[in-house]
Design a protein around this ligand. Structure first.
Ligand code: IPE
Ligand code: IPE
Ligand code: MG
Length: 242
């Protein structure tokens, strides 16, 4: 595939895969004296504009961390509000479809409402041949859960006598992750001032660059995204070499 020209300039080689930990929705709402769910609503709006902009920047894959396997610990009312937002957004994905953006989901779907699961399947199916960019949504996703899931699949193969334990490779573990055929992360952006992964793509982020900012996710704009990309372009990645 010919190299995409980035809206940031023809000499810019953007990261192939960017991960975004959408954090700070609750604090954004609290600062305004609003219930937390208003922060999630504002955050969801923002996710749309950043996605479209990422395509113009020339990103191939963008993954948004939307709901973690640990987020079930939150009050039911908040979890329900977040799940309702997912359904609403999946009803309105036409504009991504128009933009030729493929949509994929990672995470354990089995615990999600059947109506949401059906919408996820439909969205993936409708967009499967689109190739301008891939948008990955991590819903009920946990990095540890994902590795555990991969290891169980390989253990089943060992049990059936199809695989010897000593023949297990990193590549096999990788191929059984939810991110099959999605490249490793080049850059992880986390707004809101927290400097941690919170179980986000712990395998795929092994050699990722990190970019943190104090801006809360609903206030994070396309120019903040550009700043992160330009910062990434200045980094010297060595992957263990010299
Ligand atoms: C991120 O915002 C969204 C989800 C985890 C679903 P938060 O809800 O974690 O916002 P803060 O961190 O409490 O401000
Ligand atoms: C990480 O944010 C999960 C998502 C953004 C979906 P959290 O707000 O749940 O992370 P912690 O609890 O601060 O580590
Ligand atoms: Mg948070």
């Amino acid at each position: 595939m010919a190299r995409k020209i980035s809206c940031l300039g023809d000499n810019i080689i953007p990261p192939a895969h960017v991960g975004v930990i959408m954090d700070g929705n609750g604090r954004w709402a609290k600062k305004r004296g609003l219930p937390r769910k208003f922060g999630h609503r504002e955050g969801a709006k923002n996710f749309r504009s950043i996605t479209k902009h990422a395509k113009a920047v020339g990103i191939d894959y963008i993954t948004f961390y939307a709901f973690s396997t640990e987020n079930w610990k939150r009050p039911k009312e908040e979890v329900d509000a977040i799940m309702d937002l997912f359904e609403k957004y999946l009803d309105e994905v036409e504009d991504f479809i128009e933009e030729n953006i493929r949509i994929r989901f990672i995470g354990d779907r089995s615990q999600l409402k059947p109506s949401l699961q059906a919408k996820m399947r439909h969205t993936e199916e409708t967009s499967k041949d689109f190739d301008a960019m891939t948008l990955v949504l991590a819903i009920n996703y946990g990095g540890r859960d994902e590795i555990c899931h991969s290891v169980k699949t390989l253990a089943e193969q060992v049990k059936r006598g199809e695989l010897e334990p000593q023949d297990i490779t990193e590549d096999m573990i990788e191929r059984n992750l939810y991110t099959e055929e999605i490249p490793p992360l080049d850059l992880v952006i986390r707004p809101s001032g927290e400097q941690r992964l919170s179980n986000f793509m712990i395998w795929q982020a092994a050699y990722a660059e990190f970019y943190y900012t104090n801006i809360l996710w609903p206030d994070f704009r396309v120019n903040d995204f550009d700043k992160a990309i330009l910062d990434f372009c200045e980094r010297n990645r060595r992957f263990g070499g010299i």
